[in-house]
Design a protein around this ligand. Structure first.
Ligand SMILES: [Fe+2]
Length: 246
């Protein structure tokens, strides 16, 4: 599998707390079947999570140096960017990066309140030929309350990435409910770990998670969401989205 959403770079956001933890996470990810990981540190303007590309690349190279010695996994750089009217400027100033320098950009929204300018920012990104991938939509309360909004994002050419662990209720019942609804209705283009720590529930329950998700969407679709589509991101190739059928 290929993971497009992870917090494996040490001491840069709320993810890995040391180089040892980064390596431990990567070792465990490799064991449960991941060969390629995109590191996507949070970038939240106005917070502590604003490291620039230079720092992130430096830390990633350091990590890769230790990786080569013992863990068969490739790491790439990206960001998880908190939706912000200045995203284009952040990209130009090299404060943030798209997923492995592709046209795909991983964005997150506030969990509990819908921002007025959210759609405008996404339209702006689309007008510049970026493809926003919306991280863990199942966690957002306004989407849990109004799942019909999901199609609005797909229609404008955004894609959706679900977090594996929601099938075992990591973020509560409502997130699990929306996660299952989106799986059943073919709304996801990716599944990812969003891994932060080496004690994450994912490592104990991955077999069960795979089983439960495959039972809903089938093995072929599971492969598409965990390998085929993520590979297209790494290669910057086009991904078919259900919005084309609207
Ligand atoms: Fe994340």
């Amino acid at each position: 599998m290929i993971d497009i959403h992870s917090h494996i770079i040490n001491e840069i956001d709320d993810g890995a707390r040391s180089l040892e933890e980064s390596l431990s996470i990567l070792k465990k990810l490799s064991k449960i079947g991941f060969t390629d990981i995109i590191a996507t540190p949070h970038y939240i303007s106005g917070s502590n999570y604003v490291s620039n590309n230079y720092t992130k690349n430096y830390k990633l190279e350091n990590l890769a140096y230790y990786l080569k010695k013992e863990i068969p996994i490739n790491v790439y750089l990206g960001n998880e960017i908190f939706i912000d009217p200045d995203i284009i400027h952040f990209l130009k100033r090299r404060e943030i990066t798209t997923l492995n320098n592709s046209k795909y950009i991983l964005v997150e929204f506030p969990v509990s309140r819908q921002m007025n300018e959210m759609m405008d920012i996404l339209f702006l990104l689309r007008s510049k030929d970026y493809i926003p991938i919306i991280a863990h939509p199942e966690r957002y309360i306004y989407l849990q309350e109004n799942p019909k909004l999901i199609d609005e994002f797909l229609k404008m050419g955004c894609l959706f990435q679900g977090n594996f662990s929601n099938i075992v209720k990591k973020y509560g019942t409502n997130a699990k409910k929306l996660f299952i609804y989106m799986l059943k209705n073919n709304k996801y283009q990716f599944l990812a770990t969003d891994i932060h720590h080496d004690g994450d529930i994912l490592f104990q329950k991955m077999k069960l998670i795979e089983h439960k998700i495959s039972k809903i969407i089938g093995k072929e679709k599971y492969h598409e969401l965990t390998y085929n589509n993520p590979l297209k991101v790494l290669k910057n190739e086009n991904i078919k989205s259900p919005y084309e059928e609207y």
